[in-house]
Design a protein around this ligand. Structure first.
Ligand code: FNR
Length: 387
Protein backbone atom coordinates (compact mmCIF):
# COMPACT_ATOMS: atom_id res chain seq x y z
CA UNK A 1 0.00 0.00 0.00
CA UNK A 2 2.91 2.28 0.79
CA UNK A 3 4.35 1.65 -2.65
CA UNK A 4 1.22 3.13 -4.21
CA UNK A 5 2.13 6.42 -2.60
CA UNK A 6 5.37 6.55 -4.57
CA UNK A 7 4.72 8.84 -7.53
CA UNK A 8 8.12 8.64 -9.19
CA UNK A 9 11.62 7.19 -8.99
CA UNK A 10 12.68 9.92 -6.55
CA UNK A 11 9.98 8.82 -4.07
CA UNK A 12 11.14 5.21 -4.27
CA UNK A 13 14.72 6.32 -3.70
CA UNK A 14 13.64 7.99 -0.46
CA UNK A 15 11.75 4.87 0.61
CA UNK A 16 14.85 2.78 -0.10
CA UNK A 17 16.95 5.19 1.94
CA UNK A 18 14.65 4.84 4.93
CA UNK A 19 14.61 1.08 4.67
CA UNK A 20 18.26 0.24 4.11
CA UNK A 21 21.20 0.52 6.47
CA UNK A 22 23.20 3.54 5.38
CA UNK A 23 26.27 1.68 4.02
CA UNK A 24 24.03 -0.47 1.82
CA UNK A 25 22.04 2.50 0.53
CA UNK A 26 25.26 4.37 -0.20
CA UNK A 27 26.60 1.41 -2.13
CA UNK A 28 23.62 1.65 -4.50
CA UNK A 29 23.32 5.40 -4.59
CA UNK A 30 26.94 6.48 -4.77
CA UNK A 31 29.46 7.03 -7.54
CA UNK A 32 33.17 7.60 -8.06
CA UNK A 33 35.31 10.48 -6.74
CA UNK A 34 33.27 13.70 -6.63
CA UNK A 35 30.23 12.03 -8.22
CA UNK A 36 30.25 14.56 -11.04
CA UNK A 37 29.38 11.98 -13.72
CA UNK A 38 26.76 10.47 -11.43
CA UNK A 39 24.98 13.83 -11.24
CA UNK A 40 25.65 14.75 -14.86
CA UNK A 41 24.09 11.48 -16.09
CA UNK A 42 20.78 12.68 -14.65
CA UNK A 43 20.96 16.43 -15.15
CA UNK A 44 22.09 16.17 -18.80
CA UNK A 45 18.52 15.19 -19.72
CA UNK A 46 17.47 18.70 -18.73
CA UNK A 47 19.57 20.00 -21.64
CA UNK A 48 17.10 18.50 -24.10
CA UNK A 49 13.65 19.79 -24.89
CA UNK A 50 10.94 17.60 -26.37
CA UNK A 51 9.38 19.36 -29.35
CA UNK A 52 5.84 18.05 -29.83
CA UNK A 53 3.66 17.49 -32.87
CA UNK A 54 -0.07 18.14 -32.51
CA UNK A 55 -3.25 16.76 -34.11
CA UNK A 56 -1.60 13.47 -34.92
CA UNK A 57 -4.10 10.76 -33.81
CA UNK A 58 -2.56 9.36 -30.63
CA UNK A 59 -5.46 7.06 -29.71
CA UNK A 60 -3.11 4.11 -29.86
CA UNK A 61 0.65 4.10 -29.57
CA UNK A 62 3.13 1.50 -30.83
CA UNK A 63 5.99 0.99 -28.39
CA UNK A 64 7.15 -2.58 -29.07
CA UNK A 65 10.73 -3.08 -30.13
CA UNK A 66 13.59 -5.58 -30.16
CA UNK A 67 16.67 -5.43 -27.97
CA UNK A 68 19.41 -8.09 -28.20
CA UNK A 69 17.10 -9.67 -30.79
CA UNK A 70 14.40 -10.18 -28.16
CA UNK A 71 10.93 -8.63 -28.15
CA UNK A 72 10.40 -5.87 -25.62
CA UNK A 73 7.07 -4.23 -24.76
CA UNK A 74 8.71 -0.83 -24.72
CA UNK A 75 12.30 0.35 -25.20
CA UNK A 76 13.61 -0.20 -21.69
CA UNK A 77 15.79 -2.91 -20.20
CA UNK A 78 17.25 -3.64 -16.77
CA UNK A 79 21.00 -3.17 -16.35
CA UNK A 80 23.13 -5.76 -14.60
CA UNK A 81 23.83 -4.99 -10.95
CA UNK A 82 25.93 -7.00 -8.52
CA UNK A 83 25.33 -8.00 -4.90
CA UNK A 84 21.54 -7.76 -5.25
CA UNK A 85 20.86 -9.95 -2.23
CA UNK A 86 22.25 -7.21 -0.01
CA UNK A 87 19.28 -5.02 -0.98
CA UNK A 88 16.49 -7.57 -0.58
CA UNK A 89 16.37 -11.26 0.33
CA UNK A 90 14.51 -12.19 -2.86
CA UNK A 91 17.38 -10.78 -4.90
CA UNK A 92 17.73 -11.25 -8.67
CA UNK A 93 14.72 -13.48 -9.07
CA UNK A 94 12.39 -10.79 -7.78
CA UNK A 95 13.80 -8.31 -10.29
CA UNK A 96 13.69 -10.77 -13.20
CA UNK A 97 10.08 -11.72 -12.47
CA UNK A 98 8.99 -8.10 -12.34
CA UNK A 99 10.81 -7.46 -15.63
CA UNK A 100 9.11 -10.46 -17.25
CA UNK A 101 5.68 -9.29 -16.16
CA UNK A 102 6.43 -6.00 -17.88
CA UNK A 103 7.73 -7.70 -21.02
CA UNK A 104 11.23 -6.30 -20.51
CA UNK A 105 14.71 -7.75 -20.89
CA UNK A 106 16.56 -8.59 -17.67
CA UNK A 107 20.33 -8.74 -17.30
CA UNK A 108 22.15 -10.76 -14.68
CA UNK A 109 25.54 -9.56 -13.43
CA UNK A 110 28.61 -11.77 -13.12
CA UNK A 111 28.73 -10.27 -9.63
CA UNK A 112 25.12 -11.31 -9.00
CA UNK A 113 24.05 -13.36 -6.02
CA UNK A 114 21.99 -15.93 -7.93
CA UNK A 115 23.53 -18.68 -10.04
CA UNK A 116 22.81 -18.10 -13.70
CA UNK A 117 21.47 -21.66 -14.04
CA UNK A 118 19.06 -21.08 -11.15
CA UNK A 119 17.85 -17.82 -12.61
CA UNK A 120 17.30 -19.42 -16.03
CA UNK A 121 15.43 -22.32 -14.49
CA UNK A 122 13.06 -20.12 -12.52
CA UNK A 123 12.59 -17.50 -15.18
CA UNK A 124 11.77 -18.09 -18.83
CA UNK A 125 11.75 -14.45 -19.95
CA UNK A 126 14.32 -12.75 -22.19
CA UNK A 127 17.66 -12.49 -20.41
CA UNK A 128 21.16 -11.24 -20.93
CA UNK A 129 24.26 -12.18 -18.98
CA UNK A 130 26.80 -9.49 -18.16
CA UNK A 131 30.25 -10.92 -18.65
CA UNK A 132 33.82 -9.77 -18.05
CA UNK A 133 36.99 -10.87 -19.73
CA UNK A 134 38.83 -12.15 -16.70
CA UNK A 135 42.53 -12.68 -16.26
CA UNK A 136 41.62 -16.32 -16.55
CA UNK A 137 40.19 -16.52 -20.10
CA UNK A 138 39.09 -20.05 -19.28
CA UNK A 139 36.65 -18.64 -16.74
CA UNK A 140 35.17 -16.35 -19.41
CA UNK A 141 34.89 -19.27 -21.86
CA UNK A 142 33.21 -21.29 -19.13
CA UNK A 143 30.62 -18.53 -18.66
CA UNK A 144 29.91 -18.47 -22.39
CA UNK A 145 29.24 -22.21 -22.38
CA UNK A 146 27.09 -22.00 -19.24
CA UNK A 147 25.05 -19.12 -20.68
CA UNK A 148 24.42 -21.00 -23.90
CA UNK A 149 23.44 -24.13 -22.03
CA UNK A 150 21.10 -22.19 -19.70
CA UNK A 151 19.39 -20.38 -22.59
CA UNK A 152 20.56 -16.80 -22.15
CA UNK A 153 19.71 -14.72 -25.20
CA UNK A 154 22.58 -12.25 -25.18
CA UNK A 155 25.81 -11.17 -23.53
CA UNK A 156 26.84 -7.70 -22.38
CA UNK A 157 30.59 -7.36 -22.08
CA UNK A 158 31.50 -4.72 -19.50
CA UNK A 159 34.67 -2.88 -20.51
CA UNK A 160 34.76 0.17 -18.25
CA UNK A 161 36.28 -1.57 -15.24
CA UNK A 162 40.00 -2.16 -15.89
CA UNK A 163 40.30 -1.20 -12.23
CA UNK A 164 37.63 -0.63 -9.61
CA UNK A 165 36.32 2.93 -9.42
CA UNK A 166 37.08 5.06 -6.40
CA UNK A 167 33.81 4.94 -4.48
CA UNK A 168 34.52 7.10 -1.50
CA UNK A 169 31.15 6.53 0.15
CA UNK A 170 31.99 2.83 0.36
CA UNK A 171 35.36 3.59 1.89
CA UNK A 172 33.78 5.77 4.52
CA UNK A 173 31.15 3.19 5.37
CA UNK A 174 33.66 0.33 5.30
CA UNK A 175 31.42 -1.82 3.10
CA UNK A 176 32.74 -5.33 2.82
CA UNK A 177 31.67 -8.61 1.35
CA UNK A 178 29.71 -10.20 2.92
CA UNK A 179 28.42 -7.30 5.03
CA UNK A 180 30.56 -7.09 8.13
CA UNK A 181 29.44 -5.76 11.46
CA UNK A 182 31.41 -2.90 12.86
CA UNK A 183 30.21 -0.75 15.75
CA UNK A 184 29.12 1.96 13.35
CA UNK A 185 27.44 -0.32 10.84
CA UNK A 186 25.81 -2.32 13.64
CA UNK A 187 24.06 0.82 14.77
CA UNK A 188 22.85 1.54 11.26
CA UNK A 189 21.76 -2.08 10.72
CA UNK A 190 19.90 -2.16 14.05
CA UNK A 191 17.97 0.95 13.08
CA UNK A 192 16.64 -0.75 9.94
CA UNK A 193 14.68 -3.80 11.06
CA UNK A 194 12.89 -4.20 7.72
CA UNK A 195 16.15 -5.01 6.08
CA UNK A 196 16.92 -8.53 7.21
CA UNK A 197 20.53 -9.29 7.84
CA UNK A 198 20.07 -13.09 7.97
CA UNK A 199 19.22 -13.13 4.29
CA UNK A 200 22.48 -11.45 3.42
CA UNK A 201 25.02 -13.15 5.63
CA UNK A 202 26.32 -16.65 6.01
CA UNK A 203 26.03 -19.30 3.38
CA UNK A 204 23.20 -17.67 1.46
CA UNK A 205 25.27 -14.66 0.58
CA UNK A 206 27.91 -15.15 -2.02
CA UNK A 207 28.81 -14.25 -5.56
CA UNK A 208 27.05 -17.33 -6.81
CA UNK A 209 28.51 -17.29 -10.29
CA UNK A 210 32.17 -16.90 -9.48
CA UNK A 211 32.57 -18.14 -5.93
CA UNK A 212 33.72 -21.59 -7.06
CA UNK A 213 36.79 -19.89 -8.54
CA UNK A 214 37.49 -17.47 -5.76
CA UNK A 215 39.19 -19.32 -2.94
CA UNK A 216 39.75 -16.14 -1.00
CA UNK A 217 36.01 -15.72 -0.54
CA UNK A 218 35.76 -18.99 1.30
CA UNK A 219 38.45 -17.99 3.74
CA UNK A 220 36.46 -15.15 5.23
CA UNK A 221 35.25 -11.65 4.56
CA UNK A 222 37.41 -9.53 2.33
CA UNK A 223 37.07 -6.01 1.14
CA UNK A 224 34.95 -5.57 -1.92
CA UNK A 225 37.70 -3.48 -3.43
CA UNK A 226 40.31 -6.19 -2.92
CA UNK A 227 38.11 -8.81 -4.48
CA UNK A 228 37.06 -6.83 -7.51
CA UNK A 229 40.52 -5.37 -8.02
CA UNK A 230 41.94 -8.89 -8.17
CA UNK A 231 39.62 -10.05 -10.95
CA UNK A 232 40.10 -7.43 -13.60
CA UNK A 233 42.58 -7.68 -16.40
CA UNK A 234 44.00 -4.38 -17.57
CA UNK A 235 45.46 -5.95 -20.68
CA UNK A 236 42.07 -6.68 -22.31
CA UNK A 237 41.85 -5.38 -25.89
CA UNK A 238 39.87 -5.57 -29.12
CA UNK A 239 41.29 -9.00 -29.97
CA UNK A 240 39.56 -10.29 -26.86
CA UNK A 241 36.26 -8.85 -28.11
CA UNK A 242 36.75 -10.63 -31.44
CA UNK A 243 37.47 -13.84 -29.57
CA UNK A 244 34.39 -13.48 -27.37
CA UNK A 245 32.14 -12.63 -30.33
CA UNK A 246 33.28 -15.78 -32.11
CA UNK A 247 33.02 -17.92 -29.02
CA UNK A 248 29.45 -16.73 -28.29
CA UNK A 249 28.20 -16.22 -31.84
CA UNK A 250 25.01 -14.44 -30.76
CA UNK A 251 23.74 -11.01 -29.67
CA UNK A 252 26.60 -9.24 -27.91
CA UNK A 253 26.75 -5.65 -26.68
CA UNK A 254 29.85 -3.87 -25.46
CA UNK A 255 28.89 -2.08 -22.24
CA UNK A 256 30.82 1.05 -21.36
CA UNK A 257 31.43 2.44 -24.85
CA UNK A 258 31.45 6.25 -24.96
CA UNK A 259 32.86 7.38 -28.30
CA UNK A 260 31.76 6.92 -31.93
CA UNK A 261 35.18 5.45 -32.75
CA UNK A 262 34.90 2.74 -30.10
CA UNK A 263 31.30 2.06 -31.10
CA UNK A 264 32.38 1.47 -34.71
CA UNK A 265 35.24 -0.71 -33.53
CA UNK A 266 32.86 -2.73 -31.35
CA UNK A 267 30.69 -3.57 -34.34
CA UNK A 268 33.73 -4.27 -36.52
CA UNK A 269 34.97 -6.67 -33.82
CA UNK A 270 31.77 -8.71 -33.98
CA UNK A 271 29.45 -7.09 -31.44
CA UNK A 272 25.82 -6.55 -32.41
CA UNK A 273 25.39 -3.45 -30.27
CA UNK A 274 26.80 -1.06 -27.70
CA UNK A 275 25.62 0.14 -24.34
CA UNK A 276 26.69 3.76 -24.01
CA UNK A 277 27.55 3.85 -20.34
CA UNK A 278 29.86 5.23 -17.68
CA UNK A 279 28.76 2.51 -15.29
CA UNK A 280 26.26 4.85 -13.67
CA UNK A 281 29.07 7.26 -12.69
CA UNK A 282 30.74 4.56 -10.62
CA UNK A 283 33.99 4.27 -12.59
CA UNK A 284 35.56 7.21 -14.48
CA UNK A 285 34.39 10.42 -12.84
CA UNK A 286 34.36 13.16 -15.46
CA UNK A 287 33.08 10.87 -18.22
CA UNK A 288 30.27 12.44 -20.26
CA UNK A 289 26.64 11.53 -19.77
CA UNK A 290 25.41 8.70 -22.04
CA UNK A 291 22.57 10.86 -23.41
CA UNK A 292 25.12 13.35 -24.78
CA UNK A 293 26.91 10.64 -26.79
CA UNK A 294 23.94 8.97 -28.49
CA UNK A 295 23.79 11.06 -31.63
CA UNK A 296 27.46 10.66 -32.53
CA UNK A 297 27.43 6.95 -31.73
CA UNK A 298 24.36 6.31 -33.85
CA UNK A 299 25.89 8.19 -36.78
CA UNK A 300 29.03 6.09 -36.46
CA UNK A 301 27.40 2.64 -36.43
CA UNK A 302 24.47 3.13 -38.81
CA UNK A 303 20.93 1.91 -38.35
CA UNK A 304 21.24 -1.78 -37.59
CA UNK A 305 23.17 -2.19 -34.30
CA UNK A 306 21.54 -1.82 -30.90
CA UNK A 307 22.53 1.49 -29.31
CA UNK A 308 21.44 1.44 -25.69
CA UNK A 309 21.60 4.49 -23.46
CA UNK A 310 22.57 3.23 -20.01
CA UNK A 311 22.58 5.60 -17.05
CA UNK A 312 20.71 8.54 -15.57
CA UNK A 313 17.19 7.60 -16.65
CA UNK A 314 14.79 8.67 -13.91
CA UNK A 315 11.69 9.54 -15.97
CA UNK A 316 9.83 7.99 -18.87
CA UNK A 317 10.39 11.24 -20.76
CA UNK A 318 14.16 10.59 -20.58
CA UNK A 319 13.60 7.49 -22.71
CA UNK A 320 11.69 9.55 -25.28
CA UNK A 321 14.63 11.96 -25.55
CA UNK A 322 17.16 9.13 -25.94
CA UNK A 323 15.09 7.50 -28.69
CA UNK A 324 14.67 10.77 -30.55
CA UNK A 325 18.46 11.15 -30.50
CA UNK A 326 18.88 7.72 -32.07
CA UNK A 327 18.96 5.15 -29.26
CA UNK A 328 17.30 1.75 -29.71
CA UNK A 329 16.43 1.63 -26.03
CA UNK A 330 17.45 2.75 -22.56
CA UNK A 331 18.66 0.73 -19.61
CA UNK A 332 18.19 1.40 -15.89
CA UNK A 333 20.14 0.28 -12.82
CA UNK A 334 19.46 2.29 -9.69
CA UNK A 335 15.76 2.95 -10.37
CA UNK A 336 14.84 -0.73 -10.07
CA UNK A 337 17.24 -1.24 -7.15
CA UNK A 338 15.48 1.55 -5.24
CA UNK A 339 12.20 -0.25 -5.96
CA UNK A 340 13.63 -3.59 -4.87
CA UNK A 341 14.93 -2.17 -1.61
CA UNK A 342 11.66 -0.32 -0.98
CA UNK A 343 9.37 -3.28 -1.57
CA UNK A 344 10.90 -6.37 -3.19
CA UNK A 345 9.29 -7.61 -6.39
CA UNK A 346 6.29 -5.30 -5.93
CA UNK A 347 8.67 -2.37 -5.56
CA UNK A 348 10.40 -3.20 -8.84
CA UNK A 349 7.00 -3.49 -10.48
CA UNK A 350 6.03 -0.11 -9.11
CA UNK A 351 9.11 1.52 -10.66
CA UNK A 352 8.54 -0.15 -14.02
CA UNK A 353 4.85 0.84 -14.00
CA UNK A 354 5.65 4.46 -13.21
CA UNK A 355 8.34 4.70 -15.90
CA UNK A 356 6.07 3.05 -18.43
CA UNK A 357 3.15 5.37 -17.67
CA UNK A 358 5.45 8.37 -17.95
CA UNK A 359 6.86 7.10 -21.24
CA UNK A 360 3.43 6.56 -22.83
CA UNK A 361 2.03 9.82 -21.51
CA UNK A 362 5.04 11.73 -22.85
CA UNK A 363 4.68 10.14 -26.30
CA UNK A 364 0.98 10.97 -26.31
CA UNK A 365 1.62 14.58 -25.37
CA UNK A 366 4.41 14.78 -27.95
CA UNK A 367 1.98 13.62 -30.64
CA UNK A 368 4.01 10.50 -31.45
CA UNK A 369 1.97 7.34 -32.10
CA UNK A 370 4.82 5.04 -33.09
CA UNK A 371 8.29 5.00 -31.57
CA UNK A 372 9.68 4.33 -35.06
CA UNK A 373 8.63 7.84 -36.06
CA UNK A 374 10.56 9.53 -33.23
CA UNK A 375 13.37 11.52 -34.77
CA UNK A 376 15.81 14.38 -34.27
CA UNK A 377 13.14 16.94 -34.94
CA UNK A 378 11.38 15.91 -31.70
CA UNK A 379 14.34 16.93 -29.58
CA UNK A 380 16.27 20.15 -29.24
CA UNK A 381 19.50 20.69 -27.35
CA UNK A 382 19.58 23.73 -25.09
CA UNK A 383 22.05 25.10 -22.61
CA UNK A 384 20.14 24.77 -19.42
CA UNK A 385 22.08 25.24 -16.20
CA UNK A 386 19.94 24.82 -13.14
CA UNK A 387 21.21 26.83 -10.15
C1 FNR B 1 26.02 -1.45 -11.15
N1 FNR B 1 26.48 -1.57 -12.45
C2 FNR B 1 27.09 -2.75 -12.86
N2 FNR B 1 27.48 -2.92 -14.15
C3 FNR B 1 28.06 -4.07 -14.56
O1 FNR B 1 28.39 -4.19 -15.73
N3 FNR B 1 28.26 -5.08 -13.67
C4 FNR B 1 27.90 -5.00 -12.37
O2 FNR B 1 28.07 -5.94 -11.60
C5 FNR B 1 27.31 -3.79 -11.92
N4 FNR B 1 26.93 -3.62 -10.61
C6 FNR B 1 26.27 -2.49 -10.22
C7 FNR B 1 25.82 -2.37 -8.91
C8 FNR B 1 25.09 -1.25 -8.52
C9 FNR B 1 24.59 -1.16 -7.12
C10 FNR B 1 24.82 -0.21 -9.45
C11 FNR B 1 24.03 1.01 -9.06
C12 FNR B 1 25.30 -0.32 -10.74
C13 FNR B 1 26.20 -0.51 -13.44
C14 FNR B 1 24.85 -0.74 -14.08
O3 FNR B 1 24.84 -1.86 -14.91
C15 FNR B 1 24.43 0.47 -14.95
O4 FNR B 1 25.45 0.75 -15.87
C16 FNR B 1 24.14 1.73 -14.15
O5 FNR B 1 23.45 1.42 -12.96
C17 FNR B 1 23.30 2.69 -14.98
O6 FNR B 1 23.09 3.88 -14.32
P1 FNR B 1 21.76 4.22 -13.47
O7 FNR B 1 20.57 3.65 -14.23
O8 FNR B 1 21.96 3.57 -12.15
O9 FNR B 1 21.76 5.69 -13.43
Amino acid sequence: AQLRRANNVADLRLMARRRLPRPIFDYIDGGADDEWSLRRNVTAFADYQIVPDVLNDVSSIRTETRIFGQPSRWPLMLSPTGLTRMFHGHAELAVARAAARHGLLYSLSTMGTTRLENLAQAYAGPKVFQIYIFKDRGLTAEFVARCREAGFHGLALTVDTPVAGNRERDRVSGLSLPPKLTLKSLFSFACHPFWSLPAMTGSKFDLANVSHKVDALASGPMSLFDYIGGQFDRSVGWRDVEWLAQEWNGPLAIKGVMTPEDARRSIASGATGVMISNHGGRQLDGAPAPIDQIQAVREAVGEAPDVICDGGIRRGSDVVKALALGATACSVGRPYLYGLAAGGEAGVERVLTLLHEEFERTLTLAGVNDIASLSHRHVRHVRHRPE
